[in-house]
Write a protein that binds this ligand. Structure first.
Ligand SMILES: [Fe+2]
Length: 430
């Protein structure tokens, strides 16, 4: 195998190690549904193998289905999450055997496949990038499931750099055009394409994500009960959900505690807030006299280099994310303190834009001009419209293989179980 194929093989092995580590639990925990929002963990496990079989073995290599009778069960479109526990899904041991069998054949295919031919599925190893990123995304979903399960001891914590308190509250992004999206990053998804020029007026954007201390001040100020800060939909959501603080927060007298992977601990006031819905982010921003950044504002502040007039792959440049640049790849099971990554700053000086928490933006998930669906409509196209809000940047649970300045995530504005926070922006005062 050449170097590129070796790298792909190493990524495949790394992501599988990760999936197996999250599913080392008792069978009972794996087959149970911990929330109607989530699949049983064992569904995710076999699903990533089924997706890999479908795309690498069948579509890219033309190999016959290994177990056609299970396809419908693992098709995320045919079976909504709430229905998955009632399906005849593979048990944990069988699921592990099945995905291992797929993986063995995938490595054989990798050995012989041409990665520089005309087929866009093969070119630059796209199909391998597709399944690697897909599996990492499910691993992040599995972490959200583990968090909802409240089980103790399943998730590790590593060391993160300390925060720092100096630095401006906001950074300024002057008016002017930038290149949004990408036409060159080989593993980018269809929804990130094509690269296109966007001309923005000047704006300010928070240097850091909103922290727990600032968010707690919003709560103390009666922010949840003050109709001025909430949109009509936000008020309805608040009424329905009874939300009074981020998900997993509990009040004890004057103090806030949170539960995290089965542990109860004081809310660390210097961490970015996470587990807030889009409506909460939107209300906070209005309370703070600001608004959520548009997706374009977010991407320009994160990835544009006005000095060279080029887009960066990461806020700091092209080098792969190292431990001193960003909190990615599940180094610890929580966001790093605010200010922990001066070496990860963007050209405009914004920090912690990738890693730590996904960030809600003010934008709906819509196609860029010139969008072409690839390799299938159900990846992005069926989600476009005014139902999903765009999330950017990637959380502590996102892997570097699935993070870049152009990467677009999306979810319903009511969602809080994901590892999501936000930062604010405001237009330049004239
Ligand atoms: Fe999936």
């Amino acid at each position: 195998m050449n170097d590129f194929k070796e790298r792909i093989a190493a990524e495949l092995i790394a992501v599988r190690d990760r999936s197996l580590a999250y599913t080392e639990a008792d069978d009972d925990l794996l087959v149970r549904q911990h929330s109607p929002l989530m699949s049983p963990l064992v569904w995710d496990l076999a699903h990533v193998g089924n997706y890999e079989e479908l795309w690498v073995l069948r579509e890219a290599a033309g190999i016959d289905p290994l177990r056609p009778e299970i396809d419908d069960i693992y098709d995320a479109f045919k079976t909504p999450r709430k229905d998955r526990p009632s399906l005849p899904i593979l048990g944990p041991a069988e699921a592990r055997r099945y995905i291992e069998g797929v993986r063995g054949r995938v490595l054989d295919v990798l050995d012989t496949i041409e990665l520089d031919g005309p087929d866009p599925l093969h070119r630059d190893g796209f199909v391998f990038g597709l399944v690697i990123q897909h599996e990492h995304q499910h691993d992040e979903t599995m972490l959200a499931t583990l968090q909802l399960s409240g089980q103790v001891g399943l998730v590790r914590d590593g060391d993160l750099p300390p925060g720092r308190s100096e630095g401006p509250e906001e950074v300024f992004v002057p008016a002017g055009p930038f290149l949004m999206g990408t036409g060159t990053l080989p593993w980018a998804y269809d929804n990130e394409r094509p690269a296109h020029r966007v001309d923005l007026p000047a704006y300010w954007i928070d240097r850091l994500p909103v922290g727990n201390r600032a968010y707690a001040a919003f709560i103390e100020d009666g922010g949840y009960d003050d109709a001025r800060w909430w949109s009509a939909e936000g008020r309805q959501w608040k009424q329905r959900s009874g939300a009074f603080a981020p998900l997993f927060w509990v009040r004890d007298g004057d103090a806030w505690w949170r539960t995290r992977f089965g542990r109860t601990e004081p809310v660390p006031m210097d961490e970015p807030v996470q587990h807030v819905s889009w409506y909460e982010a939107d209300a906070y921003a209005r309370w703070a006299g600001k608004r959520l950044p548009t997706e374009a504002e977010w991407e320009k502040a994160c990835g544009w280099d006005p000095g060279t007039g080029t887009a960066r792959r990461y806020p700091w440049g092209e080098e792969a994310p190292a431990a001193e640049r960003a909190n990615l790849g599940h180094r610890a099971s929580h966001p790093a303190p605010l200010g922990a990554y001066p070496a990860g700053a963007s050209a405009y000086g914004a920090e912690q834009m990738v890693g730590d928490v996904w960030e809600w933006t003010g934008s709906w998930f819509q196609p860029y001009d010139g969008f072409r669906s690839f390799p299938y409509k159900e990846y992005s196209e069926v989600f476009f419209g005014e139902q999903y809000r765009v999330l950017r940047g990637g959380s502590w649970a996102a892997d570097p293989a699935a993070v870049r300045t152009t990467f677009r995530n999306w979810d319903y504005p009511i969602r809080r179980q994901i590892f999501t926070g936000f930062r604010c922006a405001r237009s330049e005062l004239v």
